[in-house]
Design a protein around this ligand. Structure first.
Ligand code: NDP
Length: 315
């Protein structure tokens, strides 16, 4: 357990970093930087003794923010809506400002993504040395912005001598924010919309619950080095999107329809070896985690439901 540290977190109003911030605040001084357009997370943070600071990474510097943080978790992201130039500039520059401001920290953790890998054969378990590539039919600017920012992070880790970890996150899911892939796709099911799956090949991922994410963060900080440590950050289990959402259908009773498409969310399955060495095993199995998270987002739907007959259609 990390205690007595001074921690800066960006992106804490979102899915991935909220649980981390709240857990760390039990034994550390935690500051969360963001726009806080929705007042609810900020109110909750303050109730837990977390300090908040208005920071819009599209334009703001860090004047006035303390610079004696011991640990930094940078999870904020501008995913972009089509403007490649903007998404690269905003994410790289904001990250550069943050690392420079916090250059005296013991460890900096940048949350990257599995979307930086070039596609491999179906069934491949991606390792950290696999080829990179940034083509995404689903969200074209996103992996470009993340890979560009990884470059900025690597450069500043070395030039500033700031021990850093770049953790390429797989499918995250949890009780906060948008909930992650199972919740997003379940909303589609509730709206009667089909779930897009590839025309051929597998569509597998290594989902990770935000409880495990929160448990791993101190260990990812402990692994920070110059040059930066790079690690694939996913769960211990590999699951297909069809299997995942068929399970959601079974426990909620909401029918699921799969439709083959050229445009799908690009998910990949990880080789978990390096992550396990650094951060240890995961504790939440995907079936238990998904059931719990559905109940958090749609109270009463999953927890009370016994597994039902599978209701799915394929196109
Ligand atoms: P969310 O979409 O849930 O939240 C995005 C966060 O970024 C919010 O806290 C938001 O804060 C902050 N943010 C966005 N724009 C700005 C801005 N202009 N200035 C300051 N803060 C901003 O993200 P997730 O929790 O899903 O993702 C967190 C990180 O994990 C990201 O870096 C993402 O790339 C990575 N990741 C996530 C995966 C997932 O499955 N969710 C998978 C792989 C990687 P606010 O609005 O309060 O300003």
């Amino acid at each position: 357990m990390l205690a007595g540290k001074k921690i800066l977190i960006t992106g804490a109003t979102g899915l991935v970093a909220r649980t981390v911030a709240e857990r760390l605040a039990e034994h550390n001084e935690v500051w969360c930087l963001g726009r806080f357009a929705d007042p609810e997370p900020e109110r909750r943070f303050r109730g837990r003794g977390i300090r908040t600071w208005r920071w819009d990474m599209t334009r703001d510097g860090l004047d006035g923010v303390p610079d004696d943080f011991t640990h930094v978790l940078h999870a904020a992201v501008e995913r972009g809506t089509g403007d490649f130039e903007a998404v690269v500039a905003v994410n790289s520059v904001a990250t550069g400002r943050l690392m420079t401001h916090c250059r005296g920290a013991e460890a900096f953790l940048y949350v990257s993504t599995s979307a930086v890998y070039a596609p491999q054969a179906p069934g491949h378990r991606y390792t950290e040395s696999d080829p990179l590539g940034t083509e995404s039919a689903f969200l074209p600017t996103y992996p470009v912005g993340k890979l560009a920012t990884e470059g900025a992070v690597r450069a500043l880790a070395v030039t500033l001598g700031l021990p850093t970890t770049i953790a390429r996150l797989n499918v995250a899911y949890g009780p906060h924010g948008h909930g992650g892939l199972p919740v997003i796709l379940h909303r589609q099911m509730l709206a009667g919309e089909p779930i897009a799956v590839p025309r051929a090949g597998g569509h597998h991922c290594s989902p990770i619950h935000t409880d495990d994410i929160a448990r791993h963060v101190p260990r990812l900080w402990a692994a920070a080095r110059t040059p930066a440590t790079v690690v694939n950050w996913g769960g211990d289990e590999v699951v297909g999107v069809r299997e995942l959402m068929t399970y959601v259908s079974r426990i909620t009773g909401v029918p699921v329809e799969f439709r083959q498409s050229d445009v799908t969310r690009a998910v990949v399955a990880f080789d978990a070896g390096r992550r396990r060495n650094i951060a240890g095993a995961c504790e939440t199995s995907w079936r238990d985690g998904v059931r719990q998270v559905l109940d958090a987002h749609f109270p009463g739907t999953a927890a009370a439901c016994p597994d039902r007959e599978v209701l799915h259609r394929d196109h």
